[in-house]
Design a protein. Structure first.
Length: 466
């Protein structure tokens, strides 16, 4: 199997295991928004957002390190797993000891125990899942993804509709899903046999930390970019406005989810491709161009459908969310491209480059939030997020392709950006026939991206004429 077909196969397996199950979460949005008022939904999103911000700090970034090191075939994978677990539990114990400090955060002081449980079991599940992915047990990784989502949905319905647990039930369902999935992986994959105290070596612990720790502030910077606007919208515009804004994030999450599925498969292929530098450049060129094409077309389609999707997926009290979606969808497209370029830093083991660019984006995002939210409300937050991701994309377009030696399709990226901006602008205004104009621009996006899709198709179907 050539590297393109391997990438496509792994992506397909992960898509079946992830997207199909995650899609159910979107379909249940009418239930969530019907049960939780905007203020309650805002609180729930602040809890989960804060927990996700703490996750990489608590685990010392080891969820990234375990994948990068265990994916190398010549590495003693059991030593990597054992050392990673030791580092993880050190981080978890420190977090539990310091967790009372969370009481000082006004919005969270009644939910500290819930945040601790969320972070604790999310990290355990993630480390075990990333190890499974690194040793190329892709099908099992997909199965655990299905199981995790199915359990989360089941517990959500149980806690929200049966026990009427509100915010606590919404968050606790994720905790319960992670707990059961962790137990499943530990015993079904026999991970207890992969842990050996004798293989926990100081040199490997230090090597893992040297790679993983610089990724912690990088991840935190992205979390700040995604979370600071929630806190600041709550502060400047109120919890109800933040609840609606948080709901608007759910549709753009489809783009993030799809790109995330691909990234899980792509990271493994990118590491393997490094063995042949010349082929690696061609591989990066073709895959990035086709990835950009699919991300742009998907984003353009969702922008056109944003109003319809809002009415289908959200309760009537959340229908104003459509106004923020086109801008947030553009931000999601930028985020996808930024994530792809981060693969270069992963392959070359250059986490500092990822940190510097992400930090620049986070700082810009916070500044823009202070400037735009008081004047434009949640729409200002959406613009701040989009501009921050766009800025990071520019920085990485200058840096990452040079490091790997591929072109990164700048003309294609520029044209897609202009067309997506235009489509988002039409859908956000009150111009008559705006879906028609947005639809014309979507056709333009498709036409711009036909060539890269045709080029990648030839890798799967060599008989296609050039």
């Amino acid at each position: 199997m050539n590297r393109y077909k391997k990438l496509f196969s792994d992506t397909g397996i992960l898509a079946i295991g992830t997207f199909a199950s995650k899609l159910l979460v979107f379909l249940l949005m009418p239930v969530y928004t019907a049960v939780l008022a905007p203020e309650a939904f805002s609180t729930a999103e602040l809890i989960t957002g804060t927990s996700n911000l703490l996750i990489p700090v608590v685990c010392l970034g080891i969820t990234n390190g375990i994948f990068r090191f265990a994916a190398e075939k010549e590495t003693d994978r059991e030593a990597v797993f054992s050392s990673s677990l030791v580092l993880l539990f050190c981080g978890l114990l420190g977090f539990v000891a310091l967790s009372p400090l969370l009481e000082f955060v006004t919005y969270l002081n009644s939910y500290v125990w819930l945040i601790v449980a969320y972070v604790f079991f999310a990290n355990l599940q993630s480390v075990m899942a990333q190890y499974i992915r690194a040793i190329d047990r892709t099908k099992l990784f997909a199965v655990q993804g299905i199981l995790n989502t199915a359990l989360t949905i089941l517990f959500n319905l149980l806690f929200l509709l049966v026990f009427k647990m509100g915010v606590v039930g919404y968050v606790l369902s994720v905790v319960a899903g992670n707990l059961v999935t962790t137990i499943f992986l530990f015993f079904f994959a026999r991970l207890y046999k992969a842990f050996h105290w004798s293989k926990v070596k100081k040199t490997l612990l230090l090597e893992l930390l040297r790679f993983s720790l610089p990724l912690v502030p990088t991840t935190v910077c992205w979390m700040i970019t995604n979370l600071s606007d929630r806190y600041m919208v709550t502060y400047f515009s109120g919890a109800e406005a933040n609840g609606i804004y948080s709901a608007a994030y759910k549709i753009p999450t489809i783009v993030t989810l799809l790109s995330g599925i691909f990234m899980q498969a792509w990271q493994f292929s990118a590491i393997a491709a490094e063995e042949d530098p010349a082929e690696s450049k061609r591989f990066f060129n073709k895959v990035f161009s086709s990835f950009l094409a699919l991300a742009s077309i998907c984003t353009g389609g969702l922008i056109l459908l944003s109003g319809i999707l809002t009415k289908l997926l959200l309760a009537s009290s959340y229908h104003d969310a459509w106004y923020y979606m086109p801008t947030l969808l553009c931000a999601a497209a930028f985020e996808a491209a930024v994530s792809f370029l981060a693969t270069v830093y992963l392959v070359k083991k250059k986490p500092s480059h990822s940190l510097v660019t992400a930090l620049a984006g986070a700082i810009l995002n916070v500044i823009l939030n202070f400037v735009l939210i008081p004047r434009f409300g949640p729409l200002g937050a959406a613009f701040a997020t989009m501009l921050a991701y766009g800025f990071v994309l520019i920085l990485r377009m200058i840096d990452a392709p040079r490091m790997m030696g591929f072109s990164a399709s700048p003309v294609q990226l520029l044209l897609c950006t202009i067309l997506l901006f235009g489509e988002a602008w039409f859908m956000t205004t009150d111009i008559a026939l705006k879906p028609l104009f947005a639809g014309i621009l979507l056709i333009g996006i498709i036409l711009v991206n036909l060539k890269p899709l045709f080029v990648i198709a030839r890798e799967f179907f060599p008989k296609i004429k050039k």
